[in-house]
Design a protein. Structure first.
Length: 192
């Protein structure tokens, strides 16, 4: 995810990574590129949508749509559920940050990061400049959900291609990365 975030984290000594996926939220504190502390909690977008579907008595598709409105929803009950959901994460963020100096930046990835107001909430809650992690290579796709959801895969590909190039300089095909991204994107399109 950090490799995929590129310019947003380049030159930053301390980075907090928050990846919000379906059933879990992973948090990691990186210092000089090395993971120093990490944890996962059962707090993700699918869990929130499932709770909303049950409580609001709507279909899962409707719940997913409503949950993405986040704290700017017109419905007070939705805003309350989103806020309560994020409070679980607030405690976990406090724990991971308590014994460390404040990071230079927080990077938020995963499709749950697209919940309206989440990036701002992380920034307000932690006091850390927070950015949405997405790969610049995926901006051409135009679909923000795919850009954020695929940023981890693209970051891994960038690391692998970079390691291959360092091991055997000059042997890499100029089109290798693009082929890998195209194949990965095809797989992820089916997944998302």
């Amino acid at each position: 995810a950090l490799a995929g975030a590129g310019e947003k984290v380049r030159g930053k000594a301390r980075v907090l990574l928050i990846e919000v996926v379906g059933w879990m939220t992973d948090r990691g504190l990186f210092v000089e590129g090395i993971l120093h502390d990490s944890d996962a909690i059962p707090c993700g977008g699918v869990r929130l949508a499932t709770a909303m579907a049950h409580t609001l008595r709507v279909t899962m598709d409707e719940a997913v749509h409503v949950s993405r409105e986040g704290v700017v929803s017109k419905r007070a009950d939705v805003r309350e559920m989103v806020t309560a959901h994020w409070e679980q994460l607030q405690h976990a963020l406090t724990l991971i940050l308590k014994d460390h100096p404040l990071p230079d930046v927080a990077v938020v990835t995963g499709r749950g990061a697209l919940t309206d107001g989440f990036v701002e909430w992380v920034e307000h809650t932690t006091g850390i400049t927070t950015v949405l992690g997405r790969s610049a290579r995926l901006k051409k796709t135009g679909d923000l959900a795919r850009q954020v959801g695929s940023s981890v895969a693209v970051g891994l590909l960038e690391l692998l291609v970079g390691a291959s190039e360092r091991a055997r300089p000059g042997t890499r095909s100029p089109h290798l990365f693009n082929r890998l991204v195209d194949r990965t994107r095809a797989l992820l399109v089916d997944y998302f």
